[in-house]
Design a protein around this ligand. Structure first.
Ligand code: PLP
Length: 450
């Protein structure tokens, strides 16, 4: 069959990202996607799956959206690509920049375009350091990044990533990234008696010296680190620390941006305005590769006064087709009140997870913000006993879901977290179907253990 032929070629010629290459050689790709419509994708074998992860948290308007395709096609046949170097410009990139400035919080009125999230975070790190150099404070160059953070895999972004496996990979790290523990509210409020104070952002700044720190990079809600929603008051406390110490607040909105959390941006869930913001993924719903770093007027004006070429930028910075799709994507988000819909569907997803937690003792720590959600699997949640690591409980449940034609993702250092992030256009019936499949999959997992 076509699938068998393609699988053979895949095994021979492809090295997949974030994949165990040995397992792939043994088993071949678990699926070869052929097409998609709404919240579903169909394999080359004609099996239809619910895409419970919006692929990689990015296909926010769902698959097969004709308007996005038309916007891309129209731009492709008008001016597919144009350089943005040496001040060359193009209409979609200008109009999208204006739209982003309108949507972004505070005075984040400018954007530097990239082609994805990792490039955005590397760019944010460079621009933060450059900003302080221009302010005559070139010793301010360290970046504080948090435990369990995921910022991407280019070398700067990877160093900022707080998941151990990434740091081991090919020993590729940059200098000047310091780690602080995520979400320690009392220590961030200045409580030095808190046992975690030394590892908190405050403690880290005290140890390193504020005069050495350029910025703090934070996902408003951590994604790949386990869908970790910060406690109330946390991001405000971080904003306050940044203000006290003249440190840039760099929000990584790559997953959270464009409606995923029930607001346009993740930070809009709290009362904070960052100084810089990395965006990607949901800006085009994955219909084209686009990212960017937004910055406030102070940073923009400081950099704009630099009277020499800035030696940074990508071939695809300001890509007209990607920007045209981004513009259409935002137009649809607003026109169709997608964010209101996300907030309605958040309630349904919450209801579903509550039902699972009630029915299955092993399900715990359910969390939902917008359509970004997770639950955890513990052998005994009451005593906090995890499953034996050799069980890989989240993989087992995610695999059981896949057999039942639902795509989810396993996360967590103990493989205990199952993430759910469906397209923002999902409806109530589709959420119920998803919950039913998870319910059956957890039952199947429990049966294998009896
Ligand atoms: N930042 C966050 C929060 C992400 O979730 C991701 C990707 O998952 C990235 C950055 C990296 O983005 P990309 O894979 O487009 O380079």
């Amino acid at each position: 069959s076509k699938t068998v032929e393609l699988a053979k070629l895949d095994k021979k010629h492809l090295l997949h990202p974030a994949t165990n290459p040995k397992a792939l050689i043994d088993n071949g790709p678990p699926i070869i996607f052929a097409k998609g419509k709404g919240v579903t994708v169909t394999s080359t074998d004609d099996v239809e799956y619910i895409d419970g992860m919006s692929m990689l948290w990015n296909v926010n308007l769902g698959h097969g959206n004709q308007e996005l395709a038309d916007a891309g096609n129209s731009q492709l046949s008008t001016l597919a690509y144009a350089s943005s170097f040496k001040g060359f410009s193009n209409e979609p990139s200008i109009l999208l920049a204006e739209k982003l400035a309108e949507l972004a919080p505070g005075d984040l009125n400018s954007v530097f375009y990239t082609s994805g999230g990792s490039e955005s975070n590397d760019t944010a790190i460079k621009l933060a350091r450059f900003y302080w150099e221009l302010k005559g404070k070139s010793e301010k160059r360290k970046i504080i990044a948090l435990t369990n953070a995921y910022h991407g895999v280019t070398i700067g972004a990877q160093t900022a990533t707080g998941l151990a496996a990434y740091h081991k990979f090919a020993s590729s790290n940059i200098d000047g990234v310091v780690r602080a523990t995520a979400h320690l509210l009392n220590s961030e409020l200045g409580d030095k008696s808190d046992p975690n104070y030394a590892d908190s952002i405050r403690g880290t700044i005290e140890r390193e010296g504020a005069e050495t720190i350029a910025g703090i990079i934070i996902e408003p809600v951590q994604g790949a680190g386990g869908v970790n929603i910060p406690p109330e008051g946390y991001l405000e406390a971080v904003r306050k620390i940044c203000d006290e110490h003249n440190i840039l607040f760099m929000a990584d909105e790559v997953i959270c941006g464009f409606g995923r959390t029930g607001k346009m941006f993740g930070v809009n869930n709290w009362n904070v305005v960052p100084d810089m913001m990395s965006i990607a993924k949901g800006i085009t719903s994955g219909y084209s590769q686009l990212g960017g770093v937004m910055m406030n007027d102070e940073i923009r004006e400081t950099i704009a006064n630099f009277d020499a070429v800035i030696p940074h930028g990508f071939t695809y910075s300001g890509h007209p087709t990607a920007c045209a799709i981004g513009l259409k994507n935002i137009e649809i988000l607003e026109r169709d009140n997608i964010i209101d819909h996300v907030n309605e569907m958040e309630k349904e997803l919450k209801k579903g997870l509550d039902y699972l937690a009630e029915k299955h003792i092993i399900v715990t720590n359910c969390r939902v913000i917008g359509l970004l959600a997770a639950f955890e699997l513990y052998e005994d949640p009451t005593s906090g006993k995890l499953f034996d690591p050799t069980v890989f409980p989240a993989n087992a449940v995610v695999d059981a879901c896949f057999e039942r034609q639902l795509i989810l993702r396993a996360l967590g250092a103990n493989n205990q977290i199952v993430a759910i992030a469906p397209p923002l256009i999902i409806n109530k019936e589709e959420i119920e179907k998803m919950i039913q499949i998870i319910d059956d999959s957890i039952t199947a997992f429990k049966n294998t253990r009896n």
